[in-house]
Design a protein around this ligand. Structure first.
Ligand SMILES: CC(C)(COP(=O)(O)OP(=O)(O)OC[C@H]1O[C@@H](n2cnc3c(N)ncnc32)[C@H](O)[C@@H]1OP(=O)(O)O)[C@@H](O)C(=O)NCCC(=O)NCCS
Length: 186
């Protein structure tokens, strides 16, 4: 029997997403897990300005990056991003953060949608993910997506009071076309 895969869509963030961005930004544990630069709470007014201006990456404010609101059944549940899009080397890194509805396959589905989006662009041939070593759900997602563990930077990041390894996962366009062919309908 085939089990239906949870549906998600990615869309441009809009001012109405302020509550979502604020929830993601103010979760210290998640921010430390997900962000390379650790936790650095951003005032609501700045998030609001970025949304109103239509900044391409309103949550992180990262340059050369694009963020998308993840929707499931009409509800905004998280943010997915293509970060440091490098059109010379044709590489981008990815990140997904869910504010709610975790553990239901939606984070995985959002990654599938994000990889489809990344590789639908002519300029991108390689996608990387940087994951702190204690982040088990993110590691499971990367492995299931068919990403390769390409490197382990030892004690490269701080997490709370500890030093943790940073895992570098990568996937090439051809690998996604092959591996992702069964995943693309999400
Ligand atoms: C990482 C994240 C996007 C995963 O999304 P999710 O919807 O919770 O995960 P899914 O339900 O799609 O499950 C993905 C895998 O992780 C596993 N998983 C989920 N939660 C888990 C947990 N708390 N502990 C261990 N494994 C877990 C699932 O079993 C599944 O593994 P499988 O495919 O081998 O069965 C989500 O947890 C999140 O937003 N975390 C905070 C931000 C973050 O760390 N982002 C990643 C930055 S690199």
């Amino acid at each position: 029997m085939k089990v239906a895969r949870p549906q998600v869509t990615l869309r441009r963030p809009v001012p109405h997403d302020l509550k979502l961005l604020h929830a993601l930004d103010s979760n210290q544990l998640d921010s430390e897990l997900a962000n390379p630069m650790g936790f650095n709470a951003i005032p609501s007014s700045i998030l609001e300005d970025r949304l109103r201006r239509g900044d391409s990456a309103p949550l992180t404010g990262a340059r050369g990056s694009e963020e998308f609101t993840i929707e499931s059944h009409g509800m905004a549940i998280g943010i997915a991003g293509l970060y440091e899009i490098d059109l010379y080397n044709r590489v981008t890194s990815i990140g997904v953060s869910l504010a709610s509805s975790r553990g239901q396959g939606l984070g995985y589905a959002a990654h599938v949608a994000l990889l489809n989006l990344a590789f639908s662009r002519e300029g991108i041939d390689r996608v990387v993910g940087h994951i702190k070593s204690p982040n088990v759900p993110a590691i499971r997602v990367a492995e299931r997506l068919g990403m390769t563990l390409e490197g382990r930077l030892r004690a490269h990041r701080r997490l709370a009071d500890a030093r943790v390894d940073l895992l570098v996962y990568g996937i090439l366009r051809d690998e996604w076309v092959t591996h992702g062919s069964s995943e693309k309908s999400t």
